[in-house]
Design a protein around this ligand. Sequence first.
Ligand code: PMT
Length: 223
Amino acid sequence: FYKNDLKGKTVLVSAGPTVEPLDPVRFISNHSSGKMGYAIAGAAEKRGAKVILVSGPVSLDPPVGVACVPVGSCDQMYDAMFDHLDQADIIIKVAAVGDFKPVSVNAHKIKKTGDQDQDHMTLELIQNKDILKAIGLKKRKDQYLVGFAAETRDLETYAVGKMEKKHLDMIAANIVGKSGSGFKADTNKVKLFTRDGHVTDLPLMTKEKVAHAILDAVVQAIS
Ligand code: PMT
């Protein structure tokens, strides 16, 4: 049994990693499995929302009833999010977006030179667009924007800083790099901060339960 408290709402979720190609066979990416974002998309659908899930490459099936828009790079995720932004009432950005991409993508496979002395190579990277910040600047007052913060230390300081810098209504902060929370795990330990000063320290629990707890906080904030 699920509450039908998101009936009539459209929820736009981003999930998974982005991949930034170097050449036709290689890319730069990160450890996101998509589990957290897919749990939020599935939970929102069960609670009556229309859900659009913009997803980087993951090995999960989209939750039943959720419209999935597959993307690869940060630029593709940016375009897909903005394509669907107008119709969204709630936007939850769980995706782990690459902050940098290669300055150029080689048309052909990058080759070793064959010179034994040349055992280093340097990649030149350029900053990616900040999708969440761009949404924060563009969003209407009636749209509720939630970001995530993945940190390895000083969780609260960095998370609250990101909430302010990216003009968010709420941020869900989690520690990454430890087992049981963050990337890949089936469980997560999340602390929620809202722009109007509410702090909710959720216990370690399954990503499905974390998803419902985040949606509880969103529903409370918008009603
Ligand atoms: O997918 P799982 O394996 O289940 O792992 C879940 C998770 C750890 C990926 C998830 O819980 C999480 O923390 N997601 C955010 C990861 C991240 O990129 O955090 P960040 O602190 O670097 O970014 C802050 C926010 O800005 C995020 O909402 C991110 O989507 C957004 N961002 C970041 C950079 C960028 N160029 N554009 C963005 O929109």
